[in-house]
Design a protein around this ligand. Structure first.
Ligand code: SAH
Length: 221
């Protein structure tokens, strides 16, 4: 009896967390990024709640993109310098021996630099690996990819992990990435929820290139 009521309680909590997360995400996709930043700065508990519900939702996922990324990055040289764009709780920095620059809209951790990832405080060509893990919010993602291009060394690696339902047309996405200076070198579509892409920086972005993703849609499970 007690076990049944505990299960019910857990199920209810997970539904509430899911609803909260969807609501906040919808808000984050609709509002301009500077308003979201301001909102998080004025209401710091919102950011903490957002990440708590994100973390709790992830416990239901058979595989977490960030864990997969960490495993893959552990196989590379520890001397590679990494930029984690939209780092959340900076799990990458905590799990790798590499120097990791962690960026997010607000910082609750001394190691996280608060900024918009379309303009990070790093000089050009300073980074070996740039990571966006479920952080490409909004629909026009060109400013983030252009910034990744700026901070990456030539032949540097860009890794994107995103929900698969955000891609309109994969072939178009990859050709626009090429116009933004990135050649696809690896794609992993084995997970039916999120896809991971690896690109090599091959040059500068062509002007006036726009890259769009569908709005973030977190499906009820
Ligand atoms: N990469 C982390 C967190 C993903 S949650 C992980 O996989 O665990 C998405 C994060 O991206 C949020 O913390 C959000 O604040 C951040 N984010 C979204 N748009 C951003 C922007 N323009 N600049 C900086 N951070 C951004």
């Amino acid at each position: 009896m007690e076990r049944r009521s505990n299960n019910l309680r857990e199920r209810m909590l997970s539904l509430i967390q899911g609803a909260k997360f969807r609501l906040m995400n919808e808000k984050m996709c609709k509002l301009p990024i500077k308003n979201i930043k301001k909102n998080f700065e004025n209401n710091p508990t919102d950011f903490i709640e957002y990440h708590d519900s994100y973390k709790s939702l992830q416990t239901n996922w058979p595989e977490k993109p960030i864990d997969k990324l960490i495993e893959s990055l552990k196989t590379r040289s520890k001397f590679k310098i990494i930029a984690d764009m939209g780092c959340g709780n900076a799990q990458l920095a905590q799990s790798l021996p590499n120097k990791v620059h962690s960026f997010d809209l607000v910082s609750h951790n001394v190691n996280v630099i608060a900024c918009n990832m379309s303009k990070v405080p790093l000089s050009a060509e300073a980074i070996d690996i740039v990571v966006f893990c479920l952080s490409l919010m909004g629909t026009n993602i060109s400013p983030f990819i252009i910034e990744a291009n700026r901070i990456l060394k030539i032949k540097g690696l860009l890794i994107i992990s995103e929900l698969c339902n955000r891609f309109f047309n994969l072939r178009k996405f990859l050709s626009t990435m090429q116009q933004l200076g990135f050649q696809i070198i690896k794609q992993d579509k084995s997970n039916d929820c999120f896809w991971t892409f690896e690109f090599k920086k091959i040059g500068n972005p062509k002007p006036y290139t726009t890259l769009k993703l569908k709005p973030f849609l977190y499906k009820k499970r």
